[in-house]
Design a protein around this ligand. Structure first.
Ligand SMILES: Cc1ncc(COP(=O)(O)O)c(C=O)c1O
Length: 408
Protein backbone atom coordinates (compact mmCIF):
# COMPACT_ATOMS: atom_id res chain seq x y z
CA UNK A 1 0.00 0.00 0.00
CA UNK A 2 1.33 3.40 -0.88
CA UNK A 3 -0.26 5.56 1.75
CA UNK A 4 0.79 9.17 1.57
CA UNK A 5 2.42 10.30 4.77
CA UNK A 6 -0.03 12.27 6.80
CA UNK A 7 1.43 14.70 9.29
CA UNK A 8 0.80 13.81 12.85
CA UNK A 9 2.26 15.30 15.95
CA UNK A 10 0.55 13.53 18.77
CA UNK A 11 1.97 10.01 19.05
CA UNK A 12 4.84 11.24 21.23
CA UNK A 13 2.25 12.50 23.75
CA UNK A 14 1.26 8.90 24.57
CA UNK A 15 3.81 7.04 26.70
CA UNK A 16 2.24 3.64 26.00
CA UNK A 17 3.99 3.70 22.64
CA UNK A 18 7.36 4.10 24.35
CA UNK A 19 6.55 0.89 26.22
CA UNK A 20 5.17 -0.77 23.04
CA UNK A 21 6.96 0.89 20.12
CA UNK A 22 5.77 -1.75 17.67
CA UNK A 23 2.12 -1.70 18.67
CA UNK A 24 -0.43 -0.56 16.10
CA UNK A 25 -3.25 0.22 18.55
CA UNK A 26 -6.43 0.49 16.50
CA UNK A 27 -9.03 0.20 19.24
CA UNK A 28 -9.63 3.81 20.24
CA UNK A 29 -13.41 3.41 19.92
CA UNK A 30 -13.32 0.77 22.66
CA UNK A 31 -10.96 2.64 24.95
CA UNK A 32 -8.39 5.31 24.26
CA UNK A 33 -4.80 5.66 25.39
CA UNK A 34 -3.58 8.23 27.91
CA UNK A 35 -1.51 11.27 26.99
CA UNK A 36 1.24 12.16 29.47
CA UNK A 37 -0.62 15.30 30.56
CA UNK A 38 -3.55 13.21 31.81
CA UNK A 39 -1.20 10.82 33.61
CA UNK A 40 0.61 13.79 35.17
CA UNK A 41 -2.62 15.41 36.35
CA UNK A 42 -3.83 12.17 37.94
CA UNK A 43 -0.42 11.54 39.47
CA UNK A 44 -0.31 15.07 40.89
CA UNK A 45 -3.74 14.60 42.43
CA UNK A 46 -2.73 11.31 44.04
CA UNK A 47 0.62 12.53 45.30
CA UNK A 48 -0.29 16.06 46.40
CA UNK A 49 -4.02 16.66 46.60
CA UNK A 50 -6.02 13.54 47.50
CA UNK A 51 -8.79 14.00 50.08
CA UNK A 52 -12.51 13.20 50.42
CA UNK A 53 -14.63 15.50 48.28
CA UNK A 54 -17.68 17.28 49.76
CA UNK A 55 -16.95 15.76 53.17
CA UNK A 56 -13.75 16.90 54.86
CA UNK A 57 -13.62 20.07 56.97
CA UNK A 58 -9.97 20.80 56.38
CA UNK A 59 -7.94 22.58 53.75
CA UNK A 60 -6.83 19.54 51.75
CA UNK A 61 -10.46 18.42 51.43
CA UNK A 62 -11.67 21.90 50.47
CA UNK A 63 -9.00 22.04 47.77
CA UNK A 64 -9.93 18.58 46.46
CA UNK A 65 -13.58 19.62 46.39
CA UNK A 66 -12.69 22.78 44.49
CA UNK A 67 -10.75 20.76 41.93
CA UNK A 68 -13.66 18.34 41.54
CA UNK A 69 -16.19 21.14 41.08
CA UNK A 70 -13.90 23.04 38.73
CA UNK A 71 -14.05 20.07 36.35
CA UNK A 72 -17.86 20.19 36.47
CA UNK A 73 -17.67 23.83 35.39
CA UNK A 74 -15.14 22.85 32.71
CA UNK A 75 -17.43 20.10 31.36
CA UNK A 76 -20.36 22.53 31.28
CA UNK A 77 -18.31 24.95 29.17
CA UNK A 78 -17.03 22.10 26.98
CA UNK A 79 -20.61 21.03 26.20
CA UNK A 80 -22.06 24.52 26.00
CA UNK A 81 -24.40 23.83 28.94
CA UNK A 82 -26.12 26.76 30.62
CA UNK A 83 -24.37 26.10 33.94
CA UNK A 84 -22.41 23.53 35.93
CA UNK A 85 -25.51 22.32 37.78
CA UNK A 86 -26.59 20.58 34.56
CA UNK A 87 -23.61 18.19 34.68
CA UNK A 88 -23.87 14.93 36.65
CA UNK A 89 -20.73 12.83 37.06
CA UNK A 90 -21.37 9.16 36.32
CA UNK A 91 -19.18 6.13 35.74
CA UNK A 92 -19.64 6.58 31.98
CA UNK A 93 -22.12 6.76 29.14
CA UNK A 94 -23.81 3.53 30.20
CA UNK A 95 -24.54 4.81 33.69
CA UNK A 96 -25.68 8.19 32.35
CA UNK A 97 -28.24 6.68 29.96
CA UNK A 98 -29.47 4.22 32.58
CA UNK A 99 -29.95 7.12 34.97
CA UNK A 100 -32.15 8.94 32.48
CA UNK A 101 -34.15 5.82 31.61
CA UNK A 102 -34.66 4.82 35.24
CA UNK A 103 -35.22 8.22 36.82
CA UNK A 104 -36.72 10.39 34.10
CA UNK A 105 -38.26 7.64 32.01
CA UNK A 106 -41.09 6.68 34.40
CA UNK A 107 -42.01 10.37 34.83
CA UNK A 108 -42.89 10.75 31.16
CA UNK A 109 -43.48 7.31 29.62
CA UNK A 110 -46.87 5.60 30.09
CA UNK A 111 -48.77 2.71 28.56
CA UNK A 112 -49.23 3.13 24.81
CA UNK A 113 -46.49 5.79 24.52
CA UNK A 114 -43.58 5.38 22.14
CA UNK A 115 -39.81 5.50 22.55
CA UNK A 116 -37.69 5.75 19.40
CA UNK A 117 -34.19 4.30 19.16
CA UNK A 118 -32.29 2.92 16.17
CA UNK A 119 -31.16 -0.59 15.33
CA UNK A 120 -27.58 0.73 15.35
CA UNK A 121 -27.60 1.68 19.03
CA UNK A 122 -24.97 0.35 21.39
CA UNK A 123 -26.66 -1.92 23.95
CA UNK A 124 -26.15 0.94 26.45
CA UNK A 125 -28.62 3.05 24.48
CA UNK A 126 -30.94 0.18 23.63
CA UNK A 127 -31.48 -2.03 26.66
CA UNK A 128 -32.41 0.74 29.15
CA UNK A 129 -35.14 1.92 26.76
CA UNK A 130 -36.35 -1.57 25.96
CA UNK A 131 -36.72 -2.27 29.67
CA UNK A 132 -38.47 1.06 30.25
CA UNK A 133 -40.87 0.35 27.41
CA UNK A 134 -41.57 -3.11 28.83
CA UNK A 135 -42.13 -1.89 32.39
CA UNK A 136 -44.41 0.98 31.34
CA UNK A 137 -46.31 -0.87 28.62
CA UNK A 138 -44.91 1.47 25.98
CA UNK A 139 -43.74 0.64 22.45
CA UNK A 140 -40.12 0.69 21.35
CA UNK A 141 -39.86 1.87 17.75
CA UNK A 142 -36.59 0.91 16.10
CA UNK A 143 -35.31 3.03 13.24
CA UNK A 144 -33.45 1.12 10.51
CA UNK A 145 -30.10 2.05 9.02
CA UNK A 146 -29.31 2.83 5.39
CA UNK A 147 -27.03 0.55 3.38
CA UNK A 148 -24.12 2.88 4.18
CA UNK A 149 -24.61 2.36 7.94
CA UNK A 150 -26.20 5.76 8.69
CA UNK A 151 -29.30 5.84 10.89
CA UNK A 152 -32.37 6.53 8.75
CA UNK A 153 -33.13 9.97 10.14
CA UNK A 154 -36.05 10.51 7.78
CA UNK A 155 -37.64 7.40 9.30
CA UNK A 156 -37.11 8.87 12.76
CA UNK A 157 -38.66 12.20 11.74
CA UNK A 158 -41.57 10.44 10.06
CA UNK A 159 -42.30 8.36 13.19
CA UNK A 160 -42.30 11.20 15.71
CA UNK A 161 -45.91 11.64 16.76
CA UNK A 162 -48.03 12.74 19.71
CA UNK A 163 -47.25 9.36 21.28
CA UNK A 164 -43.46 9.91 21.16
CA UNK A 165 -42.06 10.54 24.62
CA UNK A 166 -38.35 9.90 24.11
CA UNK A 167 -36.01 9.71 21.12
CA UNK A 168 -32.58 8.29 22.02
CA UNK A 169 -29.92 8.05 19.30
CA UNK A 170 -26.17 7.77 18.89
CA UNK A 171 -24.53 10.98 17.74
CA UNK A 172 -21.96 8.71 16.04
CA UNK A 173 -22.53 4.96 15.91
CA UNK A 174 -19.78 2.70 17.17
CA UNK A 175 -19.99 0.19 14.29
CA UNK A 176 -20.32 2.25 11.12
CA UNK A 177 -19.03 5.54 12.52
CA UNK A 178 -21.92 7.39 10.85
CA UNK A 179 -22.84 10.70 12.47
CA UNK A 180 -26.35 12.08 12.85
CA UNK A 181 -26.88 14.93 10.42
CA UNK A 182 -30.28 16.16 11.57
CA UNK A 183 -29.95 16.19 15.34
CA UNK A 184 -31.42 19.69 15.61
CA UNK A 185 -34.37 18.85 13.36
CA UNK A 186 -35.07 15.72 15.41
CA UNK A 187 -34.83 17.73 18.64
CA UNK A 188 -37.28 20.32 17.30
CA UNK A 189 -39.70 17.68 16.03
CA UNK A 190 -39.74 15.73 19.30
CA UNK A 191 -40.12 18.92 21.33
CA UNK A 192 -43.04 19.99 19.18
CA UNK A 193 -44.95 16.91 20.35
CA UNK A 194 -43.87 17.33 23.99
CA UNK A 195 -41.21 14.61 23.94
CA UNK A 196 -37.52 14.53 24.88
CA UNK A 197 -34.29 13.88 23.01
CA UNK A 198 -31.20 12.07 24.30
CA UNK A 199 -27.97 11.94 22.34
CA UNK A 200 -25.45 9.22 23.12
CA UNK A 201 -22.18 11.05 22.62
CA UNK A 202 -19.82 8.20 23.56
CA UNK A 203 -18.23 8.18 20.09
CA UNK A 204 -19.40 11.50 18.71
CA UNK A 205 -17.74 13.72 21.28
CA UNK A 206 -14.26 12.81 20.06
CA UNK A 207 -14.96 14.13 16.57
CA UNK A 208 -17.62 16.83 16.89
CA UNK A 209 -17.77 20.21 18.49
CA UNK A 210 -20.70 19.74 20.85
CA UNK A 211 -22.99 22.51 22.00
CA UNK A 212 -25.97 20.97 23.76
CA UNK A 213 -28.00 24.17 23.56
CA UNK A 214 -27.46 24.57 19.84
CA UNK A 215 -28.18 20.86 19.32
CA UNK A 216 -31.36 21.33 21.33
CA UNK A 217 -30.88 18.06 23.23
CA UNK A 218 -32.44 17.39 26.62
CA UNK A 219 -29.80 14.84 27.61
CA UNK A 220 -26.27 14.14 26.41
CA UNK A 221 -24.02 11.34 27.68
CA UNK A 222 -20.32 10.65 27.20
CA UNK A 223 -17.39 8.72 28.72
CA UNK A 224 -13.89 9.88 29.66
CA UNK A 225 -12.00 6.87 28.34
CA UNK A 226 -12.96 7.45 24.72
CA UNK A 227 -11.48 10.95 24.73
CA UNK A 228 -8.04 10.21 26.19
CA UNK A 229 -9.22 10.29 29.79
CA UNK A 230 -9.68 7.54 32.36
CA UNK A 231 -12.33 4.85 32.36
CA UNK A 232 -14.91 4.73 35.13
CA UNK A 233 -15.82 8.39 34.66
CA UNK A 234 -18.32 10.06 32.38
CA UNK A 235 -21.02 12.69 32.41
CA UNK A 236 -24.68 13.22 31.92
CA UNK A 237 -25.79 16.63 30.72
CA UNK A 238 -29.46 17.23 31.48
CA UNK A 239 -31.46 20.42 31.17
CA UNK A 240 -31.77 21.98 34.61
CA UNK A 241 -35.56 21.92 34.76
CA UNK A 242 -35.59 18.20 33.95
CA UNK A 243 -32.98 17.37 36.59
CA UNK A 244 -35.12 19.28 39.08
CA UNK A 245 -37.96 16.78 38.59
CA UNK A 246 -35.88 13.61 38.49
CA UNK A 247 -35.80 11.36 41.57
CA UNK A 248 -32.48 9.77 42.53
CA UNK A 249 -31.94 6.15 41.53
CA UNK A 250 -28.97 5.29 43.72
CA UNK A 251 -29.38 6.17 47.39
CA UNK A 252 -26.59 6.66 49.90
CA UNK A 253 -24.10 9.17 51.21
CA UNK A 254 -23.70 12.65 49.82
CA UNK A 255 -27.07 12.94 48.05
CA UNK A 256 -29.45 14.01 50.81
CA UNK A 257 -30.40 17.23 52.57
CA UNK A 258 -31.70 15.51 55.68
CA UNK A 259 -32.41 11.93 56.78
CA UNK A 260 -34.67 10.90 59.65
CA UNK A 261 -35.73 7.41 60.59
CA UNK A 262 -38.98 7.86 58.64
CA UNK A 263 -38.25 10.75 56.30
CA UNK A 264 -35.68 11.97 53.85
CA UNK A 265 -35.19 15.01 51.66
CA UNK A 266 -32.86 14.88 48.70
CA UNK A 267 -30.00 17.22 47.97
CA UNK A 268 -30.48 19.43 44.93
CA UNK A 269 -29.19 18.25 41.55
CA UNK A 270 -26.55 17.34 40.57
CA UNK A 271 -25.44 16.03 44.01
CA UNK A 272 -28.74 14.13 44.26
CA UNK A 273 -27.48 11.81 41.53
CA UNK A 274 -23.97 11.33 42.91
CA UNK A 275 -24.47 8.96 45.82
CA UNK A 276 -21.41 7.53 47.51
CA UNK A 277 -17.78 8.58 47.40
CA UNK A 278 -17.09 9.87 43.93
CA UNK A 279 -14.38 8.94 41.45
CA UNK A 280 -12.40 12.10 42.12
CA UNK A 281 -9.25 10.79 40.48
CA UNK A 282 -11.32 10.04 37.37
CA UNK A 283 -12.82 13.53 37.44
CA UNK A 284 -9.36 15.09 37.64
CA UNK A 285 -8.22 12.90 34.74
CA UNK A 286 -11.31 13.88 32.76
CA UNK A 287 -10.51 17.55 33.29
CA UNK A 288 -6.98 17.00 31.97
CA UNK A 289 -8.33 14.98 29.01
CA UNK A 290 -10.65 17.83 28.05
CA UNK A 291 -7.77 20.29 28.26
CA UNK A 292 -5.83 17.98 25.97
CA UNK A 293 -8.64 17.31 23.49
CA UNK A 294 -10.44 20.62 23.18
CA UNK A 295 -7.81 22.72 21.41
CA UNK A 296 -6.76 19.78 19.20
CA UNK A 297 -10.05 18.04 18.46
CA UNK A 298 -10.61 19.51 15.04
CA UNK A 299 -7.06 18.85 13.82
CA UNK A 300 -7.13 15.35 15.30
CA UNK A 301 -10.41 14.61 13.54
CA UNK A 302 -9.01 15.81 10.22
CA UNK A 303 -5.95 13.63 10.80
CA UNK A 304 -8.01 10.53 11.66
CA UNK A 305 -10.44 11.10 8.79
CA UNK A 306 -7.64 11.39 6.21
CA UNK A 307 -6.04 8.15 7.42
CA UNK A 308 -9.42 6.44 7.59
CA UNK A 309 -10.24 7.40 4.00
CA UNK A 310 -6.93 6.08 2.67
CA UNK A 311 -7.13 2.88 4.69
CA UNK A 312 -10.70 2.32 3.63
CA UNK A 313 -9.70 2.59 -0.03
CA UNK A 314 -6.88 0.09 0.48
CA UNK A 315 -9.10 -2.37 2.36
CA UNK A 316 -11.95 -2.09 -0.14
CA UNK A 317 -9.93 -3.73 -2.93
CA UNK A 318 -8.99 -6.82 -0.91
CA UNK A 319 -10.95 -9.70 -2.40
CA UNK A 320 -13.66 -11.02 -0.09
CA UNK A 321 -13.62 -7.96 2.18
CA UNK A 322 -16.97 -6.36 3.06
CA UNK A 323 -16.89 -2.91 4.63
CA UNK A 324 -19.59 -1.91 7.10
CA UNK A 325 -18.11 1.50 7.90
CA UNK A 326 -19.83 4.65 6.66
CA UNK A 327 -17.93 6.32 3.78
CA UNK A 328 -17.59 9.52 5.84
CA UNK A 329 -16.65 7.84 9.13
CA UNK A 330 -14.00 9.92 10.89
CA UNK A 331 -12.13 7.07 12.53
CA UNK A 332 -14.00 3.78 12.17
CA UNK A 333 -13.30 0.87 9.82
CA UNK A 334 -15.59 -2.11 10.40
CA UNK A 335 -15.34 -5.05 8.06
CA UNK A 336 -15.39 -8.80 7.55
CA UNK A 337 -13.33 -11.09 5.38
CA UNK A 338 -15.36 -13.79 3.65
CA UNK A 339 -14.87 -17.20 5.18
CA UNK A 340 -12.74 -15.94 8.09
CA UNK A 341 -14.21 -15.57 11.55
CA UNK A 342 -13.46 -12.07 12.83
CA UNK A 343 -11.96 -13.54 16.02
CA UNK A 344 -9.50 -15.55 13.92
CA UNK A 345 -8.66 -12.46 11.90
CA UNK A 346 -8.15 -10.38 15.06
CA UNK A 347 -5.85 -13.08 16.46
CA UNK A 348 -3.93 -13.19 13.18
CA UNK A 349 -3.51 -9.39 13.29
CA UNK A 350 -2.53 -9.47 16.95
CA UNK A 351 0.36 -11.75 16.02
CA UNK A 352 1.56 -8.93 13.75
CA UNK A 353 1.23 -6.36 16.55
CA UNK A 354 -2.04 -4.90 15.25
CA UNK A 355 -4.68 -4.52 17.98
CA UNK A 356 -8.26 -4.36 16.72
CA UNK A 357 -11.66 -5.22 18.16
CA UNK A 358 -13.65 -8.23 16.95
CA UNK A 359 -17.11 -9.24 18.06
CA UNK A 360 -20.64 -7.88 18.05
CA UNK A 361 -19.51 -4.50 19.38
CA UNK A 362 -22.38 -4.45 21.89
CA UNK A 363 -24.67 -3.88 18.91
CA UNK A 364 -26.31 -7.26 18.42
CA UNK A 365 -29.56 -5.89 16.95
CA UNK A 366 -27.44 -4.28 14.23
CA UNK A 367 -25.43 -7.48 13.67
CA UNK A 368 -28.71 -9.39 13.29
CA UNK A 369 -30.07 -6.87 10.82
CA UNK A 370 -26.85 -7.15 8.78
CA UNK A 371 -26.99 -10.95 8.96
CA UNK A 372 -23.58 -11.35 10.61
CA UNK A 373 -22.77 -12.58 14.13
CA UNK A 374 -19.70 -10.38 14.46
CA UNK A 375 -17.25 -8.18 12.61
CA UNK A 376 -13.86 -6.65 12.98
CA UNK A 377 -13.39 -2.99 13.80
CA UNK A 378 -10.26 -0.90 13.51
CA UNK A 379 -10.69 2.52 15.10
CA UNK A 380 -8.23 5.37 14.96
CA UNK A 381 -7.06 7.94 17.48
CA UNK A 382 -4.85 11.02 17.52
CA UNK A 383 -1.79 8.80 17.93
CA UNK A 384 -2.55 6.61 14.89
CA UNK A 385 0.04 6.81 12.13
CA UNK A 386 0.07 5.92 8.44
CA UNK A 387 2.40 3.06 9.38
CA UNK A 388 -0.24 1.64 11.77
CA UNK A 389 -2.77 1.71 8.95
CA UNK A 390 -0.36 0.17 6.46
CA UNK A 391 0.29 -2.64 8.91
CA UNK A 392 -3.45 -3.22 9.25
CA UNK A 393 -3.91 -3.43 5.49
CA UNK A 394 -0.86 -5.68 5.02
CA UNK A 395 -2.06 -7.87 7.88
CA UNK A 396 -5.50 -8.27 6.33
CA UNK A 397 -3.95 -9.00 2.92
CA UNK A 398 -1.72 -11.64 4.50
CA UNK A 399 -4.68 -13.09 6.36
CA UNK A 400 -6.66 -13.24 3.13
CA UNK A 401 -3.82 -15.20 1.53
CA UNK A 402 -3.33 -17.39 4.60
CA UNK A 403 -7.00 -18.25 4.93
CA UNK A 404 -7.34 -18.44 1.12
CA UNK A 405 -10.31 -16.12 0.83
CA UNK A 406 -12.32 -16.66 -2.32
CA UNK A 407 -12.71 -13.58 -4.50
CA UNK A 408 -16.09 -11.87 -4.30
C1 LIG B 1 -22.04 4.53 20.95
C2 LIG B 1 -21.71 4.03 22.33
N1 LIG B 1 -22.59 4.22 23.32
C3 LIG B 1 -22.34 3.81 24.58
C4 LIG B 1 -21.17 3.17 24.90
C5 LIG B 1 -20.91 2.75 26.31
O1 LIG B 1 -19.85 3.50 26.84
P1 LIG B 1 -19.22 3.12 28.26
O2 LIG B 1 -18.84 1.67 28.15
O3 LIG B 1 -18.04 4.02 28.38
O4 LIG B 1 -20.27 3.36 29.27
C6 LIG B 1 -20.22 2.93 23.90
C7 LIG B 1 -18.99 2.18 24.18
O5 LIG B 1 -18.35 1.63 23.32
C8 LIG B 1 -20.50 3.37 22.58
O6 LIG B 1 -19.63 3.20 21.59
Amino acid sequence: MNMSKIDQNWRADFPIFAAHPDLAYLDQAATGQYPQTVIDAMNAYMTTANAPVHRGLYKLAYDATNQFEAVRTQVAAFLGAAHAGEIVFTSGTTAAINLVAQSFGPLVVDAGDEIIVSVAEHHSNFLPWRRLAGVRGAHLLIAPVHADGAIDEEWVLAHISRRTRVVALAQETNVSGACLKQARAIADAVHQVGGYFLLDGAQGIAHNNVNVQQLGVDFYAFSGHKIYGPSGIGCLYARAELLLEMPPVTLGGGMISEVGVHNVSWAPAPERFEAGSQNTLGVVGLGAALRYLQPRRQAMTVHCAALTQQTRAALAVIPGLTLYAHPEAAATLSFNLAGVHPHDLATFLDEQGVAVRAGHHCAQPLMTSLGVPAMLRASLGAYTTAVDCERLVTGVQDAAAFFQVAAR
